[in-house]
Design a protein around this ligand. Structure first.
Ligand code: IPE
Ligand code: IPE
Ligand code: MG
Length: 261
């Protein structure tokens, strides 16, 4: 992926005491980083605010993280924004989130144009409110020709539903005689997932200290390195991303083999 080192250095000027760009090997930046953005509610509650204000504050972190990811030269940034289970939340909060997705995306389209970012979604968008769905479609259409970083938003996404859907599609193809059961491979299953064509994440970040996947990318995270920070999502910034990169680069990825030199 293309990276402008001058822009990157400027973006990471004035570092805090514990981390700087020099702590990172720029030749070993992961290609795909995925983030479970968690802790908006707790961030707001700790300030005596309504949970919704945590979501509003979280938008700023997401904007900074998109820019950070472009500056670092990622090929793919994906983020978990709304799970299939999040419909269980109070209607007021769900409505606010759906509204926020639509308005934010519209507002940030110029950023995607400026940074050559291509938009993508994981999840069943057909269940979204019409306005949100339309804005998402507009975002897809307007950024389809961009050749820079892919930014994927998981909305109404659940990994079990995704895998079940892939199974159903494959079963249909077999029933129609277009495929035989023996021809079903890992690769073919992967092609029927929302992430089709993208590399698996090399690094998964979860904010707010929770040690679980919450139904996120169960298939794709098979060999991904996990990094959990206690930082709540609205406090996540470019330096937190660098700390995650540093942790990632210190890992020894074995993929079931033996320790490499
Ligand atoms: C993550 O923050 C945002 C969404 C799930 C949409 P939460 O809303 O889950 O915040 P906490 O976990 O309750 O603090
Ligand atoms: C996971 O966070 C979903 C998103 C970040 C969109 P949740 O806050 O919904 O997950 P649980 O309920 O703590 O597992
Ligand atoms: Mg949460």
């Amino acid at each position: 992926m293309h990276r402008d080192d001058a822009l990157l250095r400027a973006f990471y000027s004035d570092p805090p005491a514990d981390i700087s760009l020099d702590d990172i090997d720029l030749s070993r930046i992961p290609s795909h980083v995925s983030i479970i953005m968690d802790g908006n509610g707790r961030w707001a509650q700790a300030r005596g605010l309504d949970r919704s204000q945590g979501h509003v504050a979280g938008v700023d972190s997401l904007r900074e993280t998109v820019t950070t990811s472009v500056r670092l030269g990622l090929d793919v940034l994906s983020v978990y924004a709304f799970s299939t289970e999040n419909w269980r939340r109070p209607k007021r909060e769900v409505d606010l989130l759906m509204h926020l997705f639509a308005t934010t995306l519209l507002k940030e389209l110029p950023l995607f144009h400026q940074e050559n970012v291509r938009l993508r979604f994981f999840g069943d968008l057909s269940a979204l409110p019409e306005k949100t769905f339309k804005v998402f479609q507009q975002g897809l259409d307007e950024t389809a020709h961009h050749t820079g970083m892919t930014f994927a938003l998981a909305v109404n996404y659940g990994s079990r539903a995704e895998i079940t859907r892939a199974c159903a599609e494959l079963a249909r193809e077999v029933a129609q005689g277009r495929l035989t059961a023996d021809a079903i491979t890992d690769e073919l299953v992967a092609e029927h997932l929302y992430t089709n064509g993208l590399p698996d994440p090399e690094l998964l970040i979860r904010t707010s200290g929770e040690l679980r996947l919450s139904n996120y990318l169960l298939w794709q995270l098979a060999y991904t390195e996990f990094y959990v920070t206690d930082t709540l999502w609205p406090d996540f910034d470019r330096w937190e991303m660098l700390r995650a990169m540093r942790a990632f680069q210190r890992r020894n990825r074995r993929f079931g083999g033996v320790v490499s030199a």
